[in-house]
Design a protein around this ligand. Structure first.
Ligand SMILES: Cc1ncc(COP(=O)(O)O)c(C=O)c1O
Length: 400
């Protein structure tokens, strides 16, 4: 092959394939190679975080004989969609199986929605700080991502609505809201939701609501689903977080809102889904039983999160070197260390000197100060010891 003549698509132009490992990844490898125990406070894969799964029940749900028959439906098997609709019913939010399109993951759901809504180079607005997933999905879909800021006031995060509105331009197609947001844990307030609907209706934008952490809200009464007659709304969720089963690959898009647009949106999403038929049959067959058993794993995850949050609060009362804003929900906490420290350097020395692995806030767009993101899914002893070590390190670095 004439390599000089060969060219790949320009999707990957912004990636630096020659850059190699980051300093943090290199240090993590060295600590492992030296045989040292790592206090890994980034653990957010529930399947390896010491939870007890109902393995037999889960495996027998997907091992049904009906999984041997291929009976494709572009929206997903009706029995699976009905079970998901019933899950919403249990949460007090009426849903019809016709409103649902199944996908293999929430990430794929985003890709489908970007194809549905955006021509190349058109734009979606995403929250910052936020989870870096959007940049990659947008990159492969040739869509532009523009961040709208969350602001910090009175000890909580809120959506900077004025800046969000200023960012809406002729190429904007959708506003994405993550609730609770990853990693800040804030849930949109009623007035934020109303303002977003007004902006969406006035500018003909869709609203995409990522609810993957919605079963992990600490004050469920604060949580309100996005419902409107005026805007087109796509709500995303899936088994990855809802059942702690990311490997099972089942998620969905729920279509709501302006009645005149729902049918057209659904028809087009079905064309996209039918092109790939990416959701495997065993997980769709197992969906009703798996959803019915969700309390078994959700209770463990909720207990773990509450215990770890209580440990953070306990350390604060004892005079810790960090603060944190109480999240409304989700699997993460953002620790705020003294501004005299730099977040990337602190994360590196945490690993090299204290064997504690954390993610510096910058990875999530938490610019300024020394903020570190920790996963509340970390097993409790490891979490407590890791946080104590971070506290010692901060004390040492601040010469206290
Ligand atoms: C907010 C948010 N949305 C979506 C995803 C992707 O989930 P899935 O495994 O369903 O693709 C994640 C993964 O961590 C996430 O944090």
């Amino acid at each position: 092959m004439q390599n000089k003549m060969f060219r790949f698509s320009d999707r990957f132009e912004e990636l630096d394939f020659d850059h190699g490992e980051t300093d943090l990844a290199q240090s993590l490898r060295s600590v492992h190679e030296a045989g040292n125990t790592v206090f890994d406070l980034t653990q957010s894969n529930p399947t390896t975080a010491d939870f007890t799964y109902a393995t037999d029940t889960i495996l027998s749900a997907i091992a049904s004989e009906s999984a041997m028959e291929y009976n494709p439906d572009s929206a997903g098997l009706l029995s699976a969609r009905e079970a998901i609709a019933a899950y919403y019913g249990d949460r007090g939010w009426r849903c019809n199986a016709d409103q649902l399109i199944l996908t293999s993951g929430t990430s794929e759901a985003y890709a489908f929605l970007f194809k549905l809504l955006c021509n190349p180079e058109e734009q979606v607005l995403v929250p910052a700080p936020g989870y870096p997933l959007f940049d990659f999905v947008a990159m492969v879909e040739k869509v532009r991502v523009e961040s709208y800021p969350l602001s910090e006031e009175a000890g909580r995060w809120s959506i900077d609505l004025a800046t969000l509105e200023e960012l809406i331009g002729p190429k904007t197609r959708a506003i994405i809201v993550v609730q609770p947001n990853n990693p800040t844990g804030n849930v949109a307030t009623h007035s934020e939701i109303d303002a977003i609907f007004r902006m969406a209706a006035e500018n003909n934008l869709a609203v995409i609501v990522d609810e993957v952490f919605s079963d992990y809200c600490f004050a469920p009464s604060r949580f309100r689903p996005f419902k409107s007659e005026n805007a087109l709304i796509f709500t995303l969720n899936g088994f990855s977080k809802l059942l702690g089963l990311p490997q099972m690959k089942l998620a969905w898009i729920r279509i709501d809102g302006a009645a005149s647009l729902i049918k057209e949106a659904r028809e087009r999403l079905e064309v996209i889904a039918d092109t790939f038929l990416s959701v495997n049959t065993p997980i769709q067959v197992g969906a009703p039983a798996l959803l019915a058993g969700r309390a078994q794993i959700q209770k463990q995850i909720q207990d773990r999160i509450h215990t770890n949050l209580a440990a953070l609060r306990g350390m604060l009362r004892g005079g810790a070197e960090f603060g944190f804003k109480e999240p409304d929900g989700g699997w993460y906490a953002v620790l705020e260390f003294s501004d005299a420290l730099s977040d990337e350097k602190f994360a590196l020395s945490a690993l090299r000197e204290k064997q504690v692995y954390i993610h510096p806030g910058r990875m999530f767009g938490l610019d300024g100060g020394c903020r570190q993101v920790v996963s509340l899914l970390t097993p409790v002893d490891e979490f407590r010891q890791g946080i104590e070590r971070l506290n010692e390190l901060a004390r040492m670095q601040l010469n206290k």
